[in-house]
Structures are given as C-alpha cells and as structure tokens.
Design a protein around this ligand. Structure first.
Ligand SMILES: [Zn+2]
Length: 281
C-alpha cells in the first residue's frame, strides 16, 4: 500500500484512480463500506469517507487531502481511532500465522472519548427493567437461569457464524449480520473470534445492586484467539478496535468506552434493544 496519495480523494477531490483504490481498500480495512475497490469515487465511497471522519471530526467533509488529518488516520495501520494502534502492531504478519494472531491480541491504549459509540445510547438498568422486566428475582455474582416467562420464550441458542451462543433471539439475529460483515471485511480476524458468553443472569462485576446486561441476553463478551481483553486496564486488543466500528454500525455499544473499560464487552444500545422488543414472540 502506498504511504502517500498523489492527489486528494473524495468530495471535490482530484480522485486519481489509483488513489481512490488505495482509499477504498483502507476504508474497508477500517470497517467502513465504500463498496468494491474499483477506483471510482462515487456516493458510497464519499459516504464511507464521511462515516470514517465522523469518528474524529466534528464536520466531516468527505474529502481526503494529501497528508491531511483524514489521510493520517486512514493510513495509521489499524483501527480508525486516535489512541488506537500506537504499539507494536505488525499487520504485515501473514494471515493465519501465530504472528497475525498475536498482533490482533496486542493491546493499545483505549480510544479517546467520542471516537466510538457515536450516536448510540448505553441502556441503564432502569430502562432495561422498564422495557424487558426482571429476568429473574434473585441475583448473585454467578450465572443463573432466566425465569421471566416472556424473556425465556425469546431466548435462543444458535450459531452467529464463528461460534454458538445463547442469548435473546433478536440479538442473535443482529449478531449474525455483524459477523457476516466481519467475515467479509476481516476474514482472517473472523477466524480468530470466540466468545466468553452472552446470556448470564448476574450482578455487574463488583456490584450487589446493578444487574449486568448479560442478564437479558443483550450483551456479549468476545475473545480473540482464545484471549480475553483485561477489564479496567484502559488498554484494548487491536482486533477489537478493528471490529468495533462494525458493531457500532449495527447499534452495538462498545464497553471499551465505559467508565471502567470493558473492551471485550458489546451490548445492544437503547435503539437496538428497542427494536428487539418489537421482534418478541
Ligand atoms: Zn460483558
């Protein structure tokens, strides 16, 4: 991949074909959807540039200038966020190699506020209770079964692509879409994806009052190559920064941005959870 553009790309740009192909390829690697890398700077490509810029610019203009901020972010070997890959990130490692797997589980400082979960609202315990009811009556720090009849009826155990999970049926449907996109845009990372669980009625870690969103089966914990990201250390696995934009686009809120960093955790945002309720049996 060239390390510089020969001219500007995007809305009102010079759009030299080889530059456009470079930009389209990099956008796809960052989890955006510019369409096929055909070298034509159409509406989809410009929309993908804008979506990428929305992660760090207040007024995305859809234009990438030679050596400008957007280019620097786009060409910075990893995720689409500031604070993302600064450490030893060798994306040059051969796909499927132990080096590639290690590069995906290498950690980097968690992204700056406002770079992920843009436009998404995290659900409060109260909101979940009011909208979905209590999953069961008593809680502890251990996983216990759902007893709420309506929720129970809407729980499923299915494959979402790389693995099988038990969770709320509409949440599983949404995850299937997310992982189908990861399979297309990041096939080598997709093969490394695993889970540490979805449905699990329990308190939030370290609390005796707040219920984890796993209790409703609307949250999932992910592993990369069998490795869990450490909660609360303000560092995140590189692989998670690469798939988080895709989760975000489908309405999944990334736990890396919680007060206590929890990067392995993704949960349905308020709008997504609302849509689940409308799909209830
Ligand atoms: Zn979790």
């Amino acid at each position: 991949m060239p390390t510089q553009l020969s001219g500007s790309v995007g809305s009102g740009g010079m759009n030299v074909r080889s530059d456009v192909i470079t930009v389209q390829t990099l956008l796809t690697q960052k989890g955006q959807r510019p369409g096929t890398a055909d070298g034509i700077c159409g509406q989809r490509t410009i929309a993908a540039i804008r979506a990428f810029q929305a992660g760090f610019m207040r007024m995305p203009d859809g234009l990438i200038n030679v050596g400008g901020l957007t280019w620097q972010r786009l060409n910075s070997g990893g995720a689409g966020a500031p604070g993302a890959p600064t450490g030893p990130t060798p994306p040059s490692a051969a796909p499927g190699s132990p080096e590639f797997a290690r590069s995906m589980t290498t950690t980097v400082p968690r992204p700056a506020p406002g770079t992920f979960n843009v436009g998404l609202t995290a659900v409060s315990n109260r909101w979940m209770r009011e909208n979905f009811g209590m999953p069961r009556e008593t809680f502890s720090q251990d996983c216990q079964a759902v007893t709420n009849a309506v929720l129970k009826r809407n729980v499923a155990r299915e494959s979402v692509g790389p693995f099988t999970v038990e969770g709320l049926r509409p949440a599983i449907s949404s995850l299937k879409q997310v992982f189908a996109e990861i399979a297309t845009s990041q096939p080598d990372l997709y093969r490394l994806m695993g889970t540490a669980g979805m449905l699990c009625c329990r308190y939030q870690r370290g609390s005796t009052t707040a219920i984890s969103n796993h209790s409703w089966g609307t949250a999932i914990d992910l592993k990369i190559n069998g490795v869990l990201d450490t909660r609360g250390d303000n560092r995140v696995q590189v692989g998670l920064t690469l798939i988080a934009p895709i989760f975000n686009r489908y309405g999944w809120y990334w736990g890396a941005m919680f007060g206590t960093e929890d990067a392995m955790h993704f949960e349905a945002s308020q709008s997504l959870a609302q849509s689940f309720k409308q799909q209830f049996a």
